[in-house]
Design a protein around this ligand. Sequence first.
Ligand code: MN
Ligand code: MN
Length: 324
Amino acid sequence: MTGFLPVDSLDTPRFCGVPTFMRLPLAQPGDTLDAAIIGLPSDSGSPYRTGARFGPGAVRAMSVMLRPINPYRDHINVFERLRVADAGDASVVPGYLEESLARLEASVSSLVDQGIVPISLGGDHSVSLPAIRALSKRHGPLALVHFDAHSDTWNSYFAGKRYSAGTPFRRAAEENGLDPAASIQIGMRGSLFRADDVSQSVDLGFEVLTTDQTLDLGPAETARRIAERVGDRPVYITFDLDFVDPANAPGVQTPEAGGPSAREALALVRALAPMNVVGCDVVEVNPLYDGPGQITALLGATVALEFLGLIATGRASGVSGAAP
Ligand code: MN
Ligand code: MN
């Protein structure tokens, strides 16, 4: 399998060329792909710091630091296992969330309908809802693996509004886009507006591991709990950068002190067992608040590449792939 490799950074320097994710080819109509990077640059669902609309560009810019071989998964070259290209960004209607969600769903659907696994770059967390809508139309209710300091299962936010970065997983569960009985949220922590902020997820049927619980369990046992929860269901993985401590990921909308380090977060992602990943996202990278060196964007890019490695490993072991 050839033809969809990143530009060789040993031949052409990283700061040259077209700034796609890892300098992969830009997707062209008719390409036969296993997975595609797609930017979902909406921050119209942000209750606090806006700016995640610039997340996809920031993640792509730092993704040039990544290299194709994954030493945590048998030294596979991800791009020799999967045909991957960068599909660019979806369009949005800034300030109009529901119209933006419709546009995002149409763009993700155009990939999903071709059997391409979308690797979405947010955008605030509201962008997970249209991706789940697009995928569940094809695969049925999905298992969710959700890394986040917050549950994002509120019923509404501000004047009873049903769509925001704080509500996508309640909406997705209500719409049967998710199967809560096969879903797990990892990383909840911090102060709350209401005492039931975490228990509302449990009431919806999700399993919840707080930051303290997952750090006590360690990456291997947390990964085992995740695998047990999702089984062989089609899985959507979503990674909100505020899962990570603000010391390591300051460029987010709603930082939450006392989270896992970048190292701890990556250890967990790298411990994930092969599963039937049909889509995933990395959201809430906000370069307007990022630290020197664009460390949040770098971590987001790294997580996205680890998800590609997970998908490649899953394909090899026969548990994963864009289902027909
Ligand atoms: Mn979130
Ligand atoms: Mn969050």
